[in-house]
Design a protein around this ligand. Structure first.
Ligand SMILES: [Zn+2]
Length: 436
């Protein structure tokens, strides 16, 4: 056999393996890695860009899932974002290694296979490629640099519309792309990876209406956020100690309420929660923002269990569809959990779906369709064996409850409440990975 043909034959026989080096990847390296992954695993990945930076660099996202191109009813969406501060480099590299780990273990590792089959995962290694390009990779552990900002000098994690206080900063293209992304997908859970400390931070980052307030800014889902944050910190090799970085306050359990650490406005995590109905944590992964490439493998060893186990928390609580009796979905129905006074109530998407992260316990869900008719249902969320699905609670409304034939109900907000008082004994998930 001629040498050329023999080489081709050997290559065809070797399963495709991408070995990603532990180094800092430029925008070009990052793009070519994502393209290679997509080419090698086309059935479980989808590579797309949500827009461009000021310098015209694509904001790449790799989606991973059984059906990676489209949202499927009942499949929750998770996103991980890195590098919003361009000089915080560890998260960017960890996300590339996470992608490699997920695709290479699909079909081999049962847990990873289950995660990918039950969840649509979106990974954006860098939302601030221009800041990354301005970062000095040779001069390690600087406390501040121009690379933190985008090309226009804007801190993207101070640039989001703030529903607790007004944010008048001009919207940057990177921020606008992320906002549109959040509003167009049904994200349930999210991580934003940073550097400069070692802690899992959760909403709120700000206070409602009072710029000078200090201390803990508690949101209605504080219990869920604490659970999410502890899951991350206790699966990490050192975060839960809470005192890893010099000059940074000690964090009990390696977690903190954002405002309790320091309040600020325009943050991405408050926007995700208040507008996107998505529970996002801000994860500080490394005391040094831009460590040497030789340290990246250690960071991966320390953090990959946290990054992997966090995916499964998207299946906490309750999910379902709000439908008319003829099967048509009801968009924009509000889904409230009694006792949780969300500033913007959670609403169903175009397919009538809702996802509501909740810890095990008893809850009353109240669903109100746009014309005002409501139903309330009591549910019990159990802590049981992991099955990678939230408790499914669907709501069916009579066609006469809908907008087309509801003149009778116009202006009637709660007159039609139906108390079904059903205790739904279906199991939900609280994962056994948690050490606390
Ligand atoms: Zn940061």
């Amino acid at each position: 056999m001629p040498a050329g043909i023999s080489l081709l034959w050997i290559c065809a026989m070797i399963p495709y393996v991408i070995t990603l080096e532990f180094k800092h990847h430029s925008a070009k390296d990052l793009e070519s890695f994502l393209q290679r992954v997509h080419t090698s695993w086309p059935s479980i990945t989808n590579l797309y860009s949500i827009g461009k930076s000021i310098e015209g660099v694509d904001l790449w996202v790799l989606a991973i899932g059984k059906d990676p191109k489209v949202h499927t009813v009942g499949t929750p969406e998770v996103k991980y974002i890195g590098n919003i501060h361009g000089d915080e480099l560890v998260g960017r590299e960890m996300l590339l290694h996470l992608i490699e780990h997920l695709v290479e273990n699909y079909g081999k590792d049962p847990t990873i296979t289950k995660i990918i089959n039950s969840t649509r995962i979106h990974i954006m290694p860098s939302v601030n490629p221009d800041g990354y390009a301005m970062t000095d990779l040779e001069n390690q552990c600087l406390s501040s640099s121009t690379g933190r900002y985008n090309k226009a000098g804007s801190d993207l994690n101070r640039n989001f519309p703030d529903y607790l206080q007004e944010n008048k900063l001009p919207l940057q293209p990177e921020t606008e792309a992320v906002i549109n992304w959040i509003l167009n997908e049904t994200f349930v859970l999210s991580l934003s990876l940073h550097g400069g400390a070692l802690v899992a931070s959760y909403p709120y980052d700000n206070f409602k209406g009072d710029v000078n307030k200090q201390g803990y800014s508690k949101c209605p889902d504080d219990d869920v956020f604490i659970h999410l944050a502890k899951n991350f910190s206790y699966n990490h090799a050192g975060m839960f100690y809470g005192d890893e970085c010099e000059g940074i306050p000690t964090f009990t359990d390696g977690i903190t309420n954002g405002a309790d650490w320091y309040p600020f406005e325009g943050g991405m995590q408050d926007f995700n929660y208040l507008v996107g109905q998505c529970f996002e944590l801000t994860i500080e992964l490394s005391c040094c923002k831009n460590p040497a490439a030789s340290e990246l493998e250690t960071f991966w060893n320390e953090s990959h269990n946290s990054l992997l186990s966090f995916f499964q928390l998207v299946h906490l609580g309750v999910k379902g569809q709000v439908l008319y009796s003829d099967g048509k979905p009801i968009e924009n129905a509000t889904v409230k959990v009694q006792g949780r006074d969300n500033i913007n109530p959670f609403r169903t998407n175009q397919k009538g779906e809702y996802y509501r992260l909740l810890l095990p316990g008893n809850y009353t869900l109240e669903v109100t369709v746009p014309k005002g008719h409501s139903q309330s249902v009591k549910v019990e969320v159990f802590d049981k064996e992991p099955n990678l699905s939230a408790l499914v609670v669907n709501f069916n409304f009579s066609i006469t409850d809908g907008p087309s034939t509801t003149e009778t109900y116009q202006g009637s907000n709660i007159a039609g409440i139906v108390e079904q008082n059903i205790i739904l004994l279906i199991f939900s998930v609280l994962f056994s990975f948690i050490h606390f």
